[in-house]
Design a protein around this ligand. Sequence first.
Ligand code: C5P
Length: 245
Amino acid sequence: MKPEQILNDPKRIIVALDVATADDAYRLVDQLNPEQCRVKVGKQLFTSCGPELVRSLSKRGFEVFLDLKFHDIPNTVAGAVKAAADLGVWMLNVHASGGRAMLEAAAEAVATRGREAPLLIGVTVLTSLSREDLAEVGIDSTPEQQVRRLALLSAACGLDGVVCSAAETAMLREIVAPGFCLVTPGIRRPEDAVGDQKRVVGPAQAIAAGSSYLVVGRPINQAPSPQDSLIAFNQAVSGVLANVD
Ligand code: C5P
């Protein structure tokens, strides 16, 4: 996808398939319209179900964000990224803290797919890490300083975007290009349970602040009707997109 396609993309919701088995995943996606969302496969589901599940989701018309957060030496990450790209995923991610050579190797690996290259996204600082946690692993910066540094490094290495919390979106949007993807979890409408998320933001608010894609888990995957909930999220987002146009 090119930056201008991202800017004009009407499909902003990525539903997190945070379930344990392939059966649970199929039960969920059978209730979702692939024209109206994308889906995220993370470490638990991929580790138990493997690439077959990703192929099968693609066959059902879903574009897949493979959330495996690769982090290793450049050659190994390049191989993993190429394998994910060959699976036909729409988006995948790597830890930006893996450093320049690793990020450049990942960007080169996706580029070999040409027009079919997946979006390559950097993970900056996990939202579970505090300033004290960073200090303990030798990083003498606030999480915000580190997020900025790693977002700029990701952009410089040719990545297509970063994952960021809604609290970081507006700050990052000021320092990266408009088509640079900001992928944001922690999204809730007022009526949704917050769960274990510390700071949540509404879908319209996140898009207005500059998020490109919203990762939504429990408010959709545990809703009585996932499709009705998805429609509500899409309506909230499309109101803002119409105003931006
Ligand atoms: O259920 P909920 O909407 O909180 O799910 C959010 C999804 O986004 C989960 O798959 C979670 O792992 C992911 N995520 C997150 N916070 C981050 C990065 C990823 O919640 N910082």
